[in-house]
Design a protein around this ligand. Structure first.
Ligand code: 13P
Length: 253
């Protein structure tokens, strides 16, 4: 079975102390994960080492960065390289979140370079894709998402692609309280898998975890995660509340 994953994306929220307390409050629930399940905390850069040490004893828990540079180490003031992440034992990195695409103008080709950089350092990219409301309303969401996948991932060989986690996050559902229906989520996830299958074959496509993101909450996680092609979630707001995120972890298949 492909991995079922509950991933928290804290974005630019919480102080160090609040972050530490949140992790304590979640970990105290002592949720034991089978090897088919994983919990990932994507925390701000200054909290990575703290979060790593918090989860040190936990099985199938991991820490992710929320971004990385597309460049090799050098004169790039303010940037963080994958070499830096790797040197502190970070195993995952979110790539191409819609907020980075929109506010920091990250293009599909920049994201392709970031994916490559991560894989070079054995860091698993959590690659985000998803359409805006305007695109959804025009009915062209499939073409839009296909192009995101083609331009950022399809240069990879099958062995590299297998190392990627994909997160489908419709922009119209992020932070809006408006969740995709289970039918909309399942339809897009199945479409993404079919795009992967057409290029890489079904064995590769079936092995890849595709997470849903966009207003996942304790009260809708179970239903969303029950969709056959939804392998968990990438959670923003609700991951900042211990009781919510605990419930979301418990909703994994
Ligand atoms: P919300 O869960 O706050 O809608 O955010 C989703 C998201 O962007 C996760 O990366």
């Amino acid at each position: 079975m492909r991995k079922q994953i509950a991933a928290a994306n804290w974005k630019m929220n919480l102080t160090f102390q609040q972050g530490e307390k949140l992790l304590d409050d979640i970990l105290i629930a002592n949720i034991q994960l089978s090897n088919d399940c994983q919990v990932i905390f994507a925390v701000p850069f200054p909290y990575l080492i703290m979060a790593k040490s918090e989860i040190e004893e936990e099985k199938n828990y991991a820490v992710a960065a929320q971004n990385c540079s597309d460049q090799k180490p050098g004169a790039y003031t303010g940037e963080v390289s994958v070499e830096m992440l790797s040197s502190i034992g970070i195993s995952h990195c979110i790539i191409g979140h819609s907020e980075r695409r929109e506010y920091y103008h990250e293009t599909n080709s920049i994201l392709a370079a970031k994916v490559d950089r991560c894989l070079e350092m054995n860091i698993t990219p959590i690659f985000c894709c998803g359409e805006s409301l305007k695109i959804r309303e025009s009915g062209s969401q499939d073409d839009f998402v296909r192009l995101q996948l083609e331009e950022s991932l399809f240069h990879l060989g099958p062995d590299s692609l297998k190392k990627i986690i994909i997160a489908y996050e419709p922009i119209w559902a992020i932070g809006t309280g408006k969740t995709a229906t289970t039918a909309q989520a399942q339809e897009m996830h199945a479409f993404i898998r079919s795009v992967l299958s057409n290029k890489y074959g079904s064995e590769v496509a079936e092995s890849i975890s595709i997470l849903y993101g966009g207003s996942v909450k304790a009260n809708n996680a179970k239903e969303l995660f029950s969709c056959p092609d939804v392998d968990g979630g990438l959670v923003g707001g609700a991951s900042l509340v211990a009781s919510e995120f605990i419930q979301i972890i418990r909703s994994l298949k």
